[in-house]
Design a protein around this ligand. Structure first.
Ligand SMILES: Cc1cc2nc3c(=O)[nH]c(=O)nc-3n(C[C@H](O)[C@H](O)[C@H](O)COP(=O)(O)OP(=O)(O)OC[C@H]3O[C@@H](n4cnc5c(N)ncnc54)[C@H](O)[C@@H]3O)c2cc1C
Length: 368
């Protein structure tokens, strides 16, 4: 069982919407309970509400959600080999559209188009970058001689720089908190941790969006447990912050409140989700290597990323309990993956259309 304190066993069945209008799909008006209101729970909940369903949310707020610590970077070209992110051409327009809708609904700014400048450390990096940018489908995402803005004013000179185009930052934490305010005001948010032995009554369908804690969920115990701990620092400087994302050994991510998000560490073997002195020292050292102006650490946070062993989302219905669904495995790239993932789950819920096999939870029956 997860680390939550309160236990919810059952609660009053929510009021149903009036009977669905005849021109609506057969599933309209179904009552849903979403367990876990991080990024995954928020996006599928929003889509279901927009489709006319009544949705309640259960979450244990005292637990740290990955969504509250993430930088929300959308980075189409990743890793040392500069590889295009999986399905990025599809993910980007879906993400831009969905976060735009949520900005309108919630009245907050979520999507920030921000160029991502990255350091090329040596000739080898530079050659790899240039070779990759010649590959089909890459040129639009890669810029060889980017404008640096104020990067040289506050960081050490690099061998060379390159820029990833169509990158962005999504304020995932603000999205989750603003959405929670809304559902709380409408009495559709329940604070607490689910009792797996007595799932709440009164809902037609339950969707588990529990992040890494799904490893404690007995219904989906055939999904191999994942999880990767990440720690980050928040720092301020006396200078005006950069107007772009900068990746050196660590990411420098300017925040809306003028501070920087600095991160992150990556640890598969973890025993808790708490900040550690070792990670603080590691991140501070990496920052000192790159930043030439004094900085003050204002916060140090940790959370567990919900990774899947095969690095794909986990979406779908329980093979024997058709009332139970899962949306998980957003891993290190939830901001870009979750909009398309939530659409695939909606299509399953509304039309019975299975998600692509590579993200379907049923593939895990073969993995175990
Ligand atoms: C340090 C760090 C940096 C990151 N940076 C980025 C980034 O730059 N870009 C990016 O795209 N992604 C990033 N990520 C990944 C991103 O945070 C995740 O992919 C995404 O937020 C996962 O969302 P989720 O809703 O699946 O899980 P979570 O955000 O963890 O939400 C799960 C929720 O379920 C609740 N819950 C769990 N079990 C129960 C239960 N039994 N009963 C009730 N409630 C329960 C939890 O309290 C929690 O609120 C980062 C993650 C970390 C940790």
């Amino acid at each position: 069982m997860g680390a939550g304190t309160d236990t919810v066993t059952s609660e009053k069945a929510p009021q149903r919407f009036p009977s669905p209008a005849s021109n609506k799909v057969a599933t309209c008006g179904i009552d849903y309970l979403i367990i876990g209101q991080g990024l995954a729970g928020t996006l599928i909940g929003y889509r279901l509400e927009a489709a006319g369903h009544r949705v309640h949310y259960l979450d244990a707020p005292e637990q740290t959600a990955a969504s509250s610590v993430a930088a929300g970077i959308i980075n189409p070209i990743t890793g040392r080999r500069f590889v295009k992110s999986w399905r990025i051409d599809e993910l980007l327009p879906e993400a831009r559209r969905l976060y735009g809708e949520l900005e309108t609904l919630l009245g907050v700014k979520l999507w920030h188009d921000t160029p991502l400048v990255r350091t090329l450390f040596n000739r080898g990096d530079e050659n790899d970058w240039l070779a990759r940018s010649a590959d089909a489908g890459y040129a639009d995402y890669m810029e060889d001689h980017p404008a640096l803005g104020r990067i040289p004013d506050v960081t050490v000179p690099a061998f060379a720089y390159a820029c990833v185009r169509h990158s962005a930052r999504v304020d995932v934490s603000l999205l989750v908190s603003a959405f929670r305010d809304r559902i709380s005001e409408e009495n559709r948010f329940i604070a607490g941790s689910v009792d797996y032995d007595r799932l709440p009554d009164g809902y037609d369908r339950i969707i588990f969006c529990e992040g890494w804690r799904s490893r404690f969920n007995p219904y989906f115990d055939f999904v191999p447990p994942g999880g990767n701990k990440g720690e980050v620092l928040f720092v301020t400087t006396a200078e005006a912050p950069l107007d772009r994302l900068f990746k050196h050994r660590v990411f420098l991510v300017p925040q809306s409140d003028q501070s920087y998000w600095i991160g992150a560490t990556s640890e598969n073997n973890f025993t808790d989700d708490l900040p550690t002195p070792a990670a603080r020292e590691y991140l501070t050292d990496r920052l000192r290597e790159v930043m030439t102006v004094p900085f003050t650490i204002t916060d140090h946070r940790a959370a567990i990323r919900p990774t899947a062993r095969d690095r794909r989302m986990v979406i779908g219905s329980h093979p024997e309990r058709p009332r139970l669904y899962i949306f998980n495995g957003l891993g290190t790239k939830g901001a870009s993956l979750a909009p398309l993932g939530s659409r695939w789950l909606l299509e399953l819920l509304e039309h019975g259309q299975a998600p692509p096999h590579e993200v379907d939870v049923r593939r895990c029956l073969d993995l175990k």
